[in-house]
Design a binder for this molecule. Structure first.
Ligand SMILES: [Fe+2]
Length: 257
């Protein structure tokens, strides 16, 4: 079984387009469909024909090109059952724990309510890939539009069972702002300090920070580190529940400039 090929490119103002190609079967999936022109351009540059769209959630900046791509390629659109009515052109629904094959590559679906009520992430366990969209970002997590903090906390915990070597592709380039916030929560974390400097350099050169790795996120992402004693001391929340600490960090991020 050959390795899956991945092409990542900017769409809209700060979204990522992601194409995933299986050289054995010839299948190509667009992870979400933020914008038609850059997705088509990327596919044509690689000589790939889009056969699938894996939709993570219903927000416009993730489904805007669904119908245009479906018309152009006749691709099958897969998306979360709990947002089925809001996803244009949806052909097949998936729910928590569903498993299917992309070519011969196993895919597992995780429902991760929080950012939206029905958001799903797609994991390729044998390829050690996770497409997390607006649930888990490099050094951050999605804003809570449709579900409370406790739900998002439990969603992130589900993803944390994945191996440290899992490469995580996320929906937006928010990493510099996330890093500057993270250091206010976890100022003595030396891995985070080094990572902040690397991110500042990358962004100054106009480079993107995608993908990240699960192991690195567990070491540096404050939303995954709410049990850390130093973070709890810093927040004066040593006796609080994990959900309460998570909610406080999310609230502070919402107000961070
Ligand atoms: Fe979103």
């Amino acid at each position: 079984m050959k390795t899956l090929a991945i092409d990542v490119f900017p769409c809209r103002s700060d979204n990522f387009g992601v194409l995933l190609h299986d050289p054995d079967s010839g299948l190509t999936a667009s992870i979400d469909a933020p914008e038609e022109a850059p997705i088509v351009a990327a596919a044509e540059a690689r000589g790939w024909t889009i056969t699938h769209i894996f939709t993570t959630h219903h927000h416009t900046d993730h489904v805007d090109a669904n119908l245009a791509l479906k018309e152009r390629y006749g691709c099958e659109i897969i998306g979360p059952v709990n947002e089925a009515v809001a996803i244009p052109g949806l052909d097949r629904t998936v729910a928590d724990g569903d498993e299917f094959l992309f070519g011969e590559h196993p895919v597992r679906v995780y429902e991760t309510p929080g950012h939206t009520a029905g958001h799903v992430c797609y994991s390729f366990p044998e390829d050690k890939l996770l497409f997390a969209a607006d649930t888990l970002f490099a050094l951050g997590c999605g804003r809570l539009f449709e579900r409370p903090a406790a739900d998002m906390w439990h969603s992130l915990q589900k993803l944390c069972v994945l191996p440290d070597e899992t490469a995580i592709y996320f929906g937006h380039e928010y990493t510099l702002s996330n890093a500057r916030f993270a250091i206010t929560i976890d100022p003595d974390n030396e891995v985070l300090q080094r990572r902040l400097r690397q991110i500042e350099e990358l962004r100054a050169e106009g480079k993107f920070t995608i993908p990240t790795m699960m192991g690195l996120e567990k070491e540096t992402n404050p939303f995954l580190r709410v049990a850390d004693p130093a973070i709890r001391r810093n927040l004066l929340m040593e006796g609080a529940s994990n959900e309460e600490v998570f909610a406080e960090i999310r609230k502070r991020k919402d107000n961070f400039k």
